[in-house]
Design a protein around this ligand. Structure first.
Ligand code: 6PG
Length: 242
């Protein structure tokens, strides 16, 4: 879907960004459950989302019993490996809230990558339809503009029929399973979490690309119906002083 250019919302710092994620989550959950009886959300990996997950775990009134959890990507490691996105999410959120066990759809990183991707594809299609319609996808962004495990130059960026793949990820060290652009673009809303001055150059390029004013890094190619960049002030290009 060639959705509209993303909205950019600037937060003072990492704690404000983490709180803003909770506000987006709560609003998306309320809309989804009111309209469809269920809230399907894909979690981001990496380190930025951790605080947002901790705040979500402590937030009152969220409809956990009507929430289904998916993942934007996973490292091909066992679920108790410290590099696992599932392990981080379980520690910061999933193990702290009353989710139905069968509503957590983990990418099985302990399996061979292609098998894990194929099994996740079946889960996505069974649980969310074709294309799989997630109500909310949380995504991070790397300092070279990757998102999920879609890295610059990856063949996964050209995937048009599968919704989950296990591309070669030389930049990432360990193999990954990732949602593809067709899956991300089918989402009702994507929220990017971008914090820190080390993301400044990539964020400038991604936002320019999303406006049609520059090359399309992976994070700029995600075009759902609604996309919001929640960014900390230090991740924005320094505004030229008058
Ligand atoms: C992962 C994520 C990856 C991450 C970015 C940003 O599995 O690591 O999918 O896309 O979101 O690399 O990571 P940080 O939040 O740690 O900067």
């Amino acid at each position: 879907m060639d959705g509209p250019p993303p909205e950019v919302r600037v937060l003072g710092g990492a704690e404000a960004l983490a709180g803003a994620v909770g506000d987006q989550w709560a609003a998306a959950a309320a809309e989804a459950i009111s309209a469809r009886g269920r809230f399907a959300v894909a979690l981001a990996g990496g380190s930025t989302p951790r605080r947002a997950y901790e705040l979500l775990a402590a937030r009152e009134g969220l409809p956990w019993e009507r929430t289904a959890i998916f993942f934007g990507d996973e490292r091909c490691v066992p679920p108790d490996d410290p590099r696992s996105n599932f392990a981080m999410a379980r520690e910061a959120l999933l193990g702290r809230v009353p989710l139905r066990r069968e509503a957590i759809h983990r990418i099985e990183g302990e399996r061979p990558p292609e098998e894990a991707a194929a099994r996740y594809e079946v889960t996505l299609r069974r649980e969310l339809g074709v294309p799989p319609r997630l109500d909310l996808v949380l995504l991070g962004m790397g300092s070279e503009g990757h998102t999920a495990s879609l890295f610059p130059g990856s063949e996964a960026l050209e995937e048009r029929s599968r919704f989950a793949v296990a591309p070669a990820t030389p930049q990432a060290g360990v193999r990954r399973v990732t949602l593809t652009l067709p899956a991300l673009d089918a989402a009702r809303q994507v929220v990017f979490l971008v914090a820190g001055e080390e993301k400044r150059a990539a964020l400038a390029e991604v936002l320019a690309g999303a406006r049609g004013e520059g090359p399309l890094l992976p994070a700029a190619r995600v075009r759902p119906g609604k996309a919001i960049f929640l960014v900390t002030a230090d991740a924005l290009p320094a505004t030229p002083q008058p």
